[in-house]
Each structure stands twice: as C-alpha cells, then as structure tokens.
Ligand binder design. Structure first.
Ligand SMILES: [Zn+2]
Length: 151
C-alpha cells in the first residue's frame, strides 16, 4: 500500500511545489564552494511535513573529499531527525540539465527510492524523474536480507 502511495505522490507533485524547491535550490547554489570545478550546484530536499533542507556542493583541495549538494542536503536532514522525503530539486548552470551523480543516486535510494528528483538549470527548465528511474535495480537493504531496511 505504501508503495502505491509513494508512486501517487510523484503524480501529485504540483507546479507550486516544484517551483518552490527550484527556488530554494537556486538560493543554496549561491553558497556553493566550488573554486576548483567552478560548477556550483544547489539542492533542496522536501520532507513529508514540507520542510526544506538545502545543500550546495562543497569542494576541497583534496578533490576526493568534496561533497555534492544533494548529499549535503540529505545528510543535514537526516542529522536533524528527518528521514521521510517527498521531493528533491537540483539546480545547475545548464544549458544541459544535469542529473545526480551515481553516489548521490545510491544515497537517495536508501531513503526515498520513489521520490521525484527535479533536475533544473538556472534558466528554469527542468525534468522530473524518480530516484528509481535514475538508479534502476538499486542495491538496497533488501539485498542484505532486510538488514537496514526501512519500514
Ligand atoms: Zn553527487
């Protein structure tokens, strides 16, 4: 039943909520620390109670320890006690619409496999796909015999 509900939630995502999330991601993008790639990214993650956690990419001179905007937003939310997510927006410069990297797809799948991901550019063009569409055949807690599986 919950599975069906979550899929319906994708359909119920209104233009208002999409635009609100894109705006929040655009604001977060202004705070990106990206002196190496010069590719600032902003993300905004909506919880079940419609609270928004934002994130930006944070780079480091030791490139490998840099962190993506999506994971910053999600880790902020989880660390504040939120694990129920309904949508995520991601904003990059464009003109190409960018999608989350593989690591972010995996991390998002842990909490919200059927969540819509709004991938937007600063011009306001966007596409929406679910995490499951971005990461088919995701490795989940079910693959570990239910260990860590969320209820
Ligand atoms: Zn990423």
């Amino acid at each position: 039943m919950e599975e069906i509900g979550r899929k319906e939630a994708v359909i119920m995502l209104t233009e208002n909520r999409i635009l609100r999330l894109i705006d929040a991601a655009k604001e977060a993008r202004k705070r990106a620390y990206a002196p190496y790639s010069r590719f600032p990214v902003g993300a905004a993650l909506e919880t079940g109670c419609r609270r928004i956690f934002s994130g930006c990419n944070i780079e480091n001179a030791a490139y490998g320890v840099s962190m993506c905007a999506e994971r910053v937003a999600l880790f902020k939310a989880v660390s504040e006690g939120f694990t129920d997510f309904t949508a995520l927006a991601l904003v990059t410069a464009g003109p190409e619409i960018a999608s989350p990297c593989g690591s972010c797809r995996q991390v998002l799948s842990e909490f919200a496999l059927h969540m819509p991901v709004i991938m937007a550019n600063v011009a306001g063009e966007y596409q929406v796909k679910t995490v499951a569409q971005l990461l088919p055949a995701a490795f989940t807690g079910a693959n570990l015999g239910g260990l860590g599986e969320r209820t």
